[in-house]
Design a protein around this ligand. Structure first.
Ligand SMILES: [Zn+2]
Length: 226
């Protein structure tokens, strides 16, 4: 999508920064981000609005959001972008995403300490790609972390990050945000079930059947009665 010029461009950037600030406050309100422990970005054309480093997500407003280009150069804003800049840029470059959300949400982070992969224990997790891999631990804010997480995201819209947290992406911020909520729900579901016994998982054939049914029923979309 091309970026409009002049007044339209200013309006578009304002709206994009507003979206990122609103999503950040929502994550904090949902208890998925404590203090500064998360970052959010959204792309329009080749401009990316991204949360600033060191900011409390609960307090973010549009004017505090930074706008960068795909190379990470600041286009608009007065604050340095998140320390996970390489991770966000990598997801846009490799997966052509429209938005990225990274948090240290309680359940996702807890499971990232003990699992190598979150099994596909519920068909709703198919929206994340089925199973959710756990990327190996690397120091925060490094290109090594970005590379490990980008590899884990292959064929997925979500990944856990060992001893760190979770990440989701989507075509827009609503999708990336709802996938973060879904990932946390799935992690909590798995945790609850694992305290009772060994959770059953959906095998490859069951996951393929799910995909066929989604295609046949247009599942997940609101439809008028004929
Ligand atoms: Zn983090």
């Amino acid at each position: 999508m091309s970026v409009p010029i002049g007044h339209d461009r200013a309006m578009m950037l304002r709206a994009l920064r507003e979206q990122v600030a609103t999503a950040s406050r929502r994550l904090a309100a949902e208890g998925l981000v404590l203090g500064t422990a998360g970052n959010v970005s959204a792309r329009q054309g080749d401009l990316i609005a991204i949360t600033p480093t060191g900011a409390r997500l609960a307090d973010l407003r549009a004017e505090l959001i930074t706008v960068i280009d795909p190379g990470g150069e600041v286009v608009e804003g007065t604050f340095a972008p998140t320390s996970e800049l390489d991770l966000h840029l990598g997801v846009y470059r490799r997966y052509r995403a429209g938005a990225v959300v990274h948090t240290h949400a309680p359940m996702a982070t807890a499971l990232s300490l003990v699992l190598d992969e979150l099994p596909c224990v519920h068909y709703q997790l198919m929206e994340l790609g089925g199973t959710v891999p756990v990327a190996p631990y690397r120091t925060f804010g490094t290109t090594e972390l970005a590379e490990a997480v980008l590899a884990a995201l292959d064929g997925r819209t979500a990944a856990l990050m060992a001893n760190h947290g979770g990440i989701t992406h989507g075509p827009d911020l609503d999708a990336a945000l709802s996938r973060t909520l879904l990932l946390e729900w799935g992690c909590e579901l798995y945790w609850r079930a694992a305290t009772l016994g060994v959770p059953r998982t959906l095998d490859r054939a069951q996951r393929a059947d799910y995909e066929r049914q989604v295609a046949a029923k247009a599942y997940g979309t609101v439809r008028r009665l004929p």
